[in-house]
Design a protein around this ligand. Sequence first.
Ligand SMILES: Nc1ncnc2c1ncn2[C@@H]1O[C@H](COP(=O)(O)OP(=O)(O)OP(=O)(O)O)[C@@H](O)[C@H]1O
Ligand SMILES: O=P(O)(O)O[C@H]1[C@H](O)[C@H](O)[C@H](OP(=O)(O)O)[C@@H](OP(=O)(O)O)[C@@H]1O
Length: 406
Amino acid sequence: MFGTLASGDIETARLRRDLRIPCNLGFSCGGFEDLGMRLEGENLGAEENREVVAETAPFQVERPLFQQTQKLVVGYALTSKKKKSFLQPKLEFMARRKGICFVPIDLNRPLSEQGPFDVVLHKLLGKEWQDVIEDYQQKHPEVTVLDPPSAIKRIYNRQSMLQGMADLNLSDCSGSIYVPKQLVVLKDSASSADRVVEAGLKFPLVAKPLWIDGTAKSHQLFLAYDKRSLAELEPPLVLQEFVNHGGVMFKVFVVGDIIKVVRRFSLPNVSSNCEKAKANGVFKFPRVSSAAASADNADLEPSVAELPPKPFLEALVKELRTLLGLRLFNIDMIREHGSKNVFSVIDINYFPGKSLYLKLLCSLNMILSEKQTNELLKIPFCRLWKDARLRASSCRFLPQSGASQT
Ligand SMILES: Nc1ncnc2c1ncn2[C@@H]1O[C@H](COP(=O)(O)OP(=O)(O)OP(=O)(O)O)[C@@H](O)[C@H]1O
Ligand SMILES: O=P(O)(O)O[C@H]1[C@H](O)[C@H](O)[C@H](OP(=O)(O)O)[C@@H](OP(=O)(O)O)[C@@H]1O
C-alpha cells in the first residue's frame, strides 16, 4: 500500500523506538555506515573510560526486555605488535561485558572453516593474506571485514597514500587542505638532487621510507637540508617539503562515522635548529608525535593549538572515507604556521594506536545492537505481543486474564 504503513511496520518502528535503537545502522551493508557522527576533542584515557561506561548503560537497561543472548564474534588476525597493544586484558574484559568476543584466526586453517564471524578485524601484511581475506569477503558478504585489503595497501605506500587529496570536495568548509609537495626516489638518492630542483621542491625536506610495513625502520624519518645531504639517504623513499606548523600536529582518529581529534607535539619550525642539522648533513629524528607526546593539556598559543573546525573535519572525513574506502584510520595533519585554517595532511595510518581502541569497541557494540534488533524483528509479532502481555501482567499493568487481544 503506497503511503501507508502496515501494522507490522508500525510495530517494527515502535519496537525500535522502545529499544532506543536508531534506524539504518546498516549492519548488513558494513555496519559502520550510519552510526551517527560524533566528534570529540582531546583527553584520552579518563574520558574514554567514562564514555564506554556511558555507552554500556542503555544497552544493559534494555537487556531484561527479552533474554538477549546474541553475541558479536570478532575474528582477528593481527601482527604480534598489534595484538599486544590492542588486546589488553582490560579491553577484552570490557568487550566481554558488552557481549563482544574476540576470537583469534588460525592462519594455518582455511578462513571459511573458522567462525562464524560477524566481524573480521585484521592488520597483517603480505599478498597471501590479502588474497585470503579478499576471497573470504566474496564468499561471506554478510561479514564486516575491517578493512578491505586493497584499501589498506594503498596507504602502506607513502606515494599512493596522499593521491587524490587535491580533488576532495571541501569548497564550502571553514578550512582548506593541501598535501606538501613531494617526490618519490626509487633508487640513487644522489641523482635525486636535480629532480628536486626541477620539481621546485624547497629545502628542508622530510625524507620518509616509501613503504610502511609496521617495522621501526619504516617510521625512521630524516630532515635533509641541502642537495648534498640527499646522497646519504637510502631509497626507496619520499622527499616531502617541510611545512612550518608551530610544533603541534593533529591526529584525527576515524572509526566509521566517529571522529576523535587529539593534539600532539611535533617538530618545531625549522629555522630554530637549521644550523645544527646542517652540520650533520641529514638530521635523523625520533618519533616526535607518538602517543607519549600528547599536547592536549599543554599551555600553548591558541593560534597553534586550536583544533581544526568541526564542520571542516566532518567534511574531510566524509570525503576521505569515500576516497580511501577505509573505516578504521587516522589522519595526521598540521596547520600551516601563521594561517587560520590551512592544513596539510602529512600521513594516514590504518587501524592506528590506542586512541582509537575504545571508539572501536563502541562501534562494535553498535553493530551488536543492530544484530540483536534484527534477531528480535524476526520474532513473529504475535509472540512479541504475548511476551509483552506476560511481562505487563506480572507488573500488574494489565488484568491477569480474560482480556481479549483486540
Ligand atoms: N611535511 C612535513 N612538514 C613538517 N613536519 C613533518 C612533515 N612530515 C612529517 N613531519 C613530522 O614528522 C612526524 C612524523 O611524520 P609521519 O607521520 O609522516 O611519519 P610516520 O612514521 O608515518 O609517523 P606515525 O608514527 O604517525 O605513523 C610528524 O608527526 C611531524 O612531526
Ligand atoms: O600514535 P599512534 O599510537 O597512533 O601510532 C601508530 C602509528 O601511527 C601507526 O599507525 C602504527 O602502525 P604501523 O604504521 O603499521 O606501524 C601503529 O602501530 P600498531 O602496532 O599499534 O599498529 C602506531 O601505534
